[in-house]
Design a protein around this ligand. Structure first.
Ligand code: FAD
Ligand code: SIN
Length: 511
């Protein structure tokens, strides 16, 4: 069996950035289930938040992040995030990530719920693609071992300490074993749980399943973010229309042409994401329509096409000229706030097991992520993981949060296996933007039966479906337990926030 100092699962920004830092400390292997650039990172549009502009400060960034998190951010983690941000941005600049500039200075854009312009971007709205290409080229040049089409299926833990990873070779179907001292799970999100999502196919919650099955803690699963504006065209998967478009002055109109967001928030189009997503949903219901419209026709056309080249061209390819007429949009599943619980050093409750990126729950996002804080979170905590892994001993404090277990739910009669399409519709309808106890109960039962009827795991689709069903179950059970509304979690039967619920829900297998 091959032995490494670090095995990193995933090749998005979290996997690649951690690998580039870890290679200075020892041998590194990246396992990734598709080709190197299949990830959420490549699709990021808006950019990275960091308080580097005139008139901005770590304190302002801290306050905006805490406000968006709606009472559940970990203040220590947020402090680390905002204070270490400028140094990590310098690291990316040193890695030659080509951030856009204006008058010789880094250009900063505005996004919802940020009190000042603080979003760095690259290639206009191609930030993620520029980062992914830069980091993957560097990893290849640095000769880091990268095994594409290897899907991690199990974290091997011996006597409470990580000792390796089992992975499916997706091309031959064989299971291989790799030994190591540290595993970093960097497997991204789980947007594919839902019928409408901005996420690519890889986002199937594998990291949650790997960590949960290894005995790690999983926190805040009820908090999933829906992006307000994804292009909604019949028969086409949603395509993100960046929040930065509203930051530049884009207006949301209903099918009757009326600007409606001020009916829902004094911040209008720039209210936090959960408020805008719900506002759009309610407006769609009122107007009996499956969409609203995003209007930028009042902005100078050359500004729109230069600032948002990818969005502009995508719309053109689909017969829409966004500079001439408003484009149809609707909310779509976007980002997982919860995940594998870590401390401020990216450590889980298992010695040698770390989590980074969207799959991790570091505590910075609380109940709702502030736009463009996720790419930043990766940089901050990846660096800390590598620092921590150099030190002897292990010191993860797992005492915060309330432990829950997946309740037994018996299936009545013979239940057919749960297909991916049925799962995605169930999650969208019952565990989506607006939830209620009855729907969550129904979803939790169907998901529990779905776990029991899973067919043998033998290839990538079967492993992915299994990870999605487990992730969906954790989400539905957490949403059912949280009898209040907060941040991205909204229940019609408990529409208010409750001070009793200023706490976290944490799952651990066997609890
Ligand atoms: P990913 O980039 O998704 O990478 C995960 C990797 O893990 C992939 O390589 C995948 O193949 C691999 N993998 C998964 N499971 C396995 C397995 N079992 N075995 C092996 N490999 C596996 N955030 C911002 O801050 N700013 C933005 O502007 C922004 N825009 C966004 C736009 C879109 C359309 C989307 C979808 C997200 C956006 N986000 C943005 C969120 C942000 O892009 C992601 O949170 C971030 O890129 C996640 O990085 P990651 O490395 O954790 O995961
Ligand atoms: C966007 O560009 O709207 C996405 C930003 C994010 O998800 O942080």
């Amino acid at each position: 069996m091959n032995e490494y100092d670090y095995i990193i699962v995933g090749s998005g920004i979290a996997g690649l950035y951690t690998a580039l830092l870890a290679k200075e400390q020892g041998s590194v292997l990246i396992l990734t289930k598709g080709s190197i650039d299949e990830c959420n990172t490549k699709h990021a549009q808006g950019g990275i938040a960091a308080a580097i502009g005139h008139g901005d400060s770590a304190e302002l960034h801290y306050r905006d992040t805490i406000a968006a998190g709606d009472g559940l951010c970990d203040p220590e983690a947020v402090r680390i995030l905002v204070e270490e941000a400028p140094d990590r941005i310098s690291d990316l600049i040193n890695f030659s990530v080509p951030f856009d500039t204006q008058d010789g200075e880094i250009a900063l854009a505005r996004e919802a719920a940020h009190s000042v312009p603080r979003i760095l971007h690259a290639g206009g709205d191609a930030t993620g693609e520029r980062i992914e290409v830069t980091l993957s080229n560097m990893a290849i040049l640095a000769k880091i071992g990268i095994m594409e089409h290897f899907l991690a299926t199990e974290i091997i833990v011996e006597d409470g300490t990580v000792s390796g990873v089992r992975a499916l070779d997706c091309q031959t179907g064989s299971i291989e074993e790799f030994g190591c001292k540290s595993v970093i799970i960097a497997t991204g999100g789980m947007g594919r749980l839902f019928r409408f999502t901005t996420n690519p196919d890889i986002a199937t919650g594998d990291g949650i399943a790997l960590a949960y099955n290894a005995g790690a803690e999983i926190a805040d699963m009820e908090f999933f973010q829906f992006h307000p504006t994804a292009l909604r065209l019949p028969g086409m998967p949603p395509f993100l229309i960046s929040e930065a478009v509203r930051g530049e002055g884009g207006i949301l109109r209903n099918t009757e042409g009326r600007q409606f967001m001020f009916d829902y928030s004094p911040q209008g189009e720039l209210a936090p994401r959960d408020i805008v997503a719900r506002g759009i949903l309610f407006e769609m219901r009122k107007t009996h329509s499956g969409r609203v419209f995003l209007d930028v026709t009042h902005l100078p056309p050359h500004k729109v096409s230069a600032r948002f080249p990818s969005i502009y061209h995508f719309c053109q390819e689909h017969g829409l000229d966004m500079t001439k007429s408003p484009i149809p949009v609707a909310p779509a599943a976007h980002y997982m706030m919860g995940g594998v619980k870590t401390n401020a050093w990216g450590e889980t409750n298992i010695a040698g097991l770390f989590a980074a990126g969207e799959t991790a729950c570091t505590g910075v996002h609380g109940a709702n992520r502030l736009a463009s804080n996720s790419l930043l979170e990766v940089l901050i905590f990846a660096k800390r993981i590598v620092q921590r892994s150099k030190e002897e001993g292990w010191r993860c404090d797992t005492s915060k949060g309330e432990h829950y277990s997946l309740s037994e739910r018996g299936a009545s009669g013979t239940v057919p296996p749960l297909s991916l399409a049925a799962l995605q519709s169930l999650m969208w309808d019952k565990v989506g933007i607006v939830r209620c106890g009855e729907g969550l109960e129904e979803a939790a039962s169907i998901l529990a039966s779905g776990q029991q009827t899973l067919e043998m795991l033998c290839d990538r689709p079967s492993y992915e479906l299994s990870s999605l069903i487990l992730s969906g179950r954790l989400m539905a059970e957490a949403a059912l337990a949280r009898e209040e509304s907060r941040g991205a979690h909204f229940r019609t039967d408990f529409p208010e926030s409750s001070a009793d619920w200023l706490r976290h829900i944490v799952f651990r297998k066997g609890d």
